[in-house]
Design a protein around this ligand. Structure first.
Ligand SMILES: Nc1ncnc2c1ncn2[C@@H]1O[C@H](COP(=O)(O)OP(=O)(O)O)[C@@H](O)[C@H]1O
Ligand SMILES: [Mg+2]
Length: 229
């Protein structure tokens, strides 16, 4: 039996806006094995971000079944959803989403503040290790505006892995970077996968980014239209 980290069946997501309904996911099925590196591609508006938000437990599907790491999550309360998200998912966004006034160290420590049983000293050590693992051991006191775009994204990656997630979800992680910085970010992500076995789900428009991944899933109108390894 394959060890599935994501198992989603017949996912539907309807956004209701006044008397209008948007059907963003229309019965989408996807299975992702532990340790896989997968890219999700598709035209604008096809439902990629909605799928990421659903798989990442930021939002719930309107209907369907979803098991993350074997835990059923489609019907959890908001608090339960936040708990499983904090334990199992790391996020990397196109726009980095760092706190502008906080140092790299403070940005990476942030997710640990919501977790009990960790001393400030342990928190600092964990954040330093995470920054070292993305090659930023000598930049821990820098603030975002003192770092290049690629370095800022590496801080975001360090933050995403601080809770030792089962999955890292990256929505256009290289979208705001030049080619060289984008390549470096892909290298950092792929190395994480190799060293720790972290499953990577990467939404991208860029065929070159997708070419680095084991599997490419194409989405259109809220369903998977192609899935190739
Ligand atoms: N919060 C929302 N409220 C209403 N409609 C939304 C919301 N988020 C996305 N949509 C709509 O759902 C569809 C899919 O959007 P999205 O998942 O963002 O696609 P993609 O990331 O592939 O561009 C689009 O038609 C979009 O306008
Ligand atoms: Mg999107």
């Amino acid at each position: 039996m394959t060890d599935l980290v994501v198992e989603a069946k017949d996912l539907r997501k309807i956004y209701v806006m006044g008397d209008m309904e948007v059907h963003a996911l229309r019965g989408l099925n996807i299975e992702i094995a532990r340790g896989e590196v997968i890219s999700i591609m598709g035209p604008s508006g096809s439902g990629k971000s909605t799928l990421m938000n659903t798989l990442g437990c930021l939002d719930r599907p309107t209907s369907g079944e979803y098991y993350l790491d074997g835990e059923e999550v489609a019907n959890l309360t908001d608090d339960q959803l936040a708990d499983i998200r904090n334990r199992k998912v790391g996020f990397v966004f196109q726009s980095f989403n760092l706190l502008p006034r906080a140092t790299a160290l403070a940005n990476v420590e942030l997710p640990l503040r919501y977790k009990g049983g960790i001393t400030p000293k342990q928190r600092r050590e964990m954040a330093e290790n995470a920054l070292e693992s993305v090659g930023l051991g000598d930049r821990i006191k820098h603030r975002p505006n003192e770092l290049s775009g690629g370095q800022q994204q590496r801080v975001a990656i360090a933050r995403s892995l601080i809770n030792d997630p089962s999955i890292i979800m990256a929505d256009e992680p290289t979208g705001n970077l030049d080619t060289k910085s984008g390549d470096e970010i892909m290298e950092v992500l792929l190395k994480l996968n190799q060293d720790k076995g972290t499953t990577l789900i990467i939404v991208t428009h860029d065929p070159e980014v997708a070419a680095h991944t084991d599997r490419i899933v194409m989405i259109r109108d809220g369903v998977v239209v192609e899935d190739k390894k």
